[in-house]
Design a protein around this ligand. Structure first.
Ligand code: HEM
Length: 151
């Protein structure tokens, strides 16, 4: 069961952090030269497809992570520093995503649908800023989670 939980856990981590990496470091420069309406519609389509996977990832990370905490490590007492760091930073990442999703993303979507390009651009920029924090956090959490047991 621990192997299954770890497999689901790592799936969630790879999909979420890898998706942010591809968005920020690959799609962003590739989309940069496009005309604003085309570029903003492209981002709307990308996030529309990506965010459901982020929700799946978060549910898998939480369910498998806390399953391991209780079933494999016997509860919160005596958890290693790396696991506490992982859950602390993990909750910061989740809070940032909840804000991104319910705030700038919904406004961005509405603005693109109304062809309100200045508002869409401003909200896309806020989404970018949040991902600029969540991506390094995610990379750090992956390093902490995967290497922590050898510290
Ligand atoms: C928020 C609550 C979370 C909890 C309770 C949790 C719990 C755990 C536990 C118990 C382990 C096993 C550690 C060990 O065997 O020493 C683990 C491993 C790991 N976690 Fe988390 N985790 C959480 C969030 C996250 C997040 C948000 C990410 C990445 C985005 C992440 C990435 C990883 C990775 C990469 C491993 C190592 C897997 C391996 O190589 O075996 N975790 N986590």
């Amino acid at each position: 069961m621990t192997a299954l939980a770890l497999a689901l856990h790592i799936f969630g981590a790879v999909v979420w952090v890898g998706g942010m990496f591809a968005a920020y470091l690959c799609l962003r420069p590739a989309a940069g030269p496009l005309d604003p309406p085309v570029r903003l519609k492209l981002w709307r389509g990308f996030f529309q497809k990506f965010f459901p996977w982020v929700w799946v990832s978060i549910l898998l990370l939480l369910a498998s992570g806390y399953w391991m905490v209780f079933a494999t490590f016997g509860g919160f007492r005596g958890l290693g520093l790396h696991i506490n760091l992982m859950q602390g930073l993990g909750w910061v990442m989740i809070a940032l995503f909840l804000w991104l999703f319910h705030g700038p993303w919904l406004k961005f979507k509405r603005a693109v649908d109304a062809s309100d390009w200045p508002s869409a651009g401003a909200n896309l920029n806020r989404i970018r800023q949040i991902i600029a924090v969540n991506l390094p956090l995610g990379l750090l959490v992956v390093i902490v989670g995967a290497s922590g047991r050898y510290w």
